[in-house]
Design a protein around this ligand. Structure first.
Ligand code: AMP
Ligand code: ZN
Length: 462
């Protein structure tokens, strides 16, 4: 029985999908205007754990992750500039070039952390007609109004506004109305923004030339692919109070009922106990970590050792000790791989149950890793334990298989070749050049090259 903390209730709930055996989920993806930092990466490690654990429980997944390549403003208050457009101006490139460059790096990062990618990756700029249709639907329902700079969603028309952050519209209204008199309510948000002629990214619409608001992208894309109701929506906790409130308002107003059953949020990754910021120079990327000797999987292991709902404080000392832990885990796995011992079936079953209970208790990966360590430390070194770790790794995605733990193993020269090399060396000592050449050809035909040098004979796979 899988339990997940639903942000709608702030409680752990038993997960029950709409359709038996299948999970439909949407994950807020990156805005590809710059490098994604390790805080962003935590959000995708969380999505990976969720997907893997759902699959471990036998569910099939229809997943969607968006790539925001238009419409995300530099401020949540509907002013400021489009992040993509700004980056294009700064770097003197087209928004498409910016999106494909940073998007490419983003997916490289995910692959390097062995993240299980969603079945559908959707780019906002490819869903503009669906966004326009969605806004038209809201307009028909009476949820919109137009002012000088765009089409807005009228939150006061949506009685359930504020479910995720327990916002009280009337209280905030009086406190903040003077700040922004253009809108009917400070929480109203842009569905479509009119743009100046010199704006690069713009599309025609029934209301005028412009570009979509950021929140409408996620609603239109999730609706296009997952339909009127789906199971899970994920994102970082920073999106809980604005972006996701606004998505709920749009979705539920458009469909006339609750669309998403479980909202899941990963907590922050802090650096030196504070927010990451460009001015502090602490917006680290996976590449920065690699330059200091930590692999993307070291970072993933570091994340998995804290529950997704708690904040993590990243420091280089912390990842260093975590990486040492990861190395000792791999060493133990290797010992079991080579072990000749026996472990009773009952015991293996009980480890498997404990692991499953941990991951199913709201994705408690730190506890699951702890259970795995207990088994690896306490049991006779045996291949059966290694095999069980391979099963656990389907939920963790840490590449705990022997070839990943010992990459050089694959490259090591097979015994058959080594025996031929020795025979050839012997022939050379005997100055039997004909035999030496014959052996070299045989080695070559088996896919290895032989080079003789002062340091000795070097063998390489061709
Ligand atoms: P963005 O590109 O800003 O929309 O962020 C992409 C994802 O990363 C979103 O799900 C954010 O909520 C998440 N995110 C951003 N910063 C952090 C952080 N410091 N810790 C954890 N998640 C974050
Ligand atoms: Zn989103």
């Amino acid at each position: 029985m899988l339990k997940l903390t639903n942000s709608l209730t702030d409680r752990k709930e038993v997960f029950t999908p709409i359709n038996d055996g299948e999970v439909k989920m949407y994950s807020c993806g990156p805005t590809v205007y710059s490098y994604q930092h390790i805080g962003n990466m935590r959000a995708y490690v969380f999505v990976d754990s969720l997907r893997r654990i759902l699959k471990y429980n036998g569910y099939s997944i229809k997943g969607v992750m968006n790539v925001t390549d238009v419409g995300h403003l530099t401020s949540d208050e509907d002013d400021g500039e489009d992040k993509m457009e700004l980056a294009a101006q700064k770097e003197k490139k087209s928004p498409l070039e910016i999106a494909s460059f940073y998007g490419g790096l983003f997916f490289d990062d995910l692959r390097s952390m062995n993240v299980d990618l969603p079945e559908n990756i959707t780019y906002a700029t490819e869903f503009i007609p669906q966004m326009i249709e969605f806004i038209q639907g809201l307009e028909r329902g009476g949820y919109t109004y137009i002012i000088d700079d765009g089409v807005y969603f009228d939150v006061q028309k949506f009685a359930a506004y504020g479910q995720l952050s327990e916002k009280d519209l009337s209280k905030t209204y009086s406190a903040r109305i003077e700040e922004n008199i253009k809108k009917h309510h400070p929480f109203d948000f842009a569905l479509w923004k009119f743009v100046e002629d010199n704006h690069i990214m713009k599309w025609p619409s029934p209301w005028g030339v412009g570009c979509p608001g950021w929140h409408i992208e996620c609603s239109a894309m999730s609706h296009s692919i997952l339909g009127d109701r789906f199971d899970i929506h994920t994102g970082g906790i920073d999106h809980r109070t604005v972006h996701h409130e606004d998505e709920i308002a749009q979705n539920d107003a458009f469909c006339g009922h609750q669309v998403v059953n479980y909202w899941l949020h990963n907590n922050f990754l802090l650096v030196d106990n504070g927010k990451m910021s460009k001015s502090l120079g602490n917006c680290y990327t996976l590449k920065d970590l690699q330059e200091k000797g930590f692999s993307p999987l070291d970072f993933k292991y570091f994340c998995l050792n804290t529950h997704y709902g708690k904040s993590i404080n990243f420091t280089f000392d912390a990842i260093k000790s975590s990486a040492l832990g990861f190395n000792s885990l791999k060493k133990l796995i290797l010992e079991h791989y080579n072990g000749q011992g026996k472990v009773e079936e009952d015991k293996l079953k009980s480890y498997e149950d404990k692991f499953l209970n941990a991951i199913n208790d709201d994705l408690n990966t730190p506890l699951a890793i702890g259970e795995m360590f207990t088994m690896l430390r306490g049991e006779n070194r045996s291949r059966a334990v290694y095999d069980l770790v391979q099963k656990f790794d389907r939920a963790l995605g840490l590449r705990l298989d022997i070839d990943s733990i010992m990459p050089q193993r694959e490259e090591s020269v097979p015994e058959e070749i080594m025996a031929l090399i020795e025979q050839r060396n012997e022939a050379r000592v005997q100055k039997n050049w004909a035999l030496s050449d014959e052996l070299r050809d045989r080695i070559l035909s088996l896919g290895y090259s032989v080079k003789d040098s002062k340091e000795g004979t070097k063998v390489e796979k061709i």
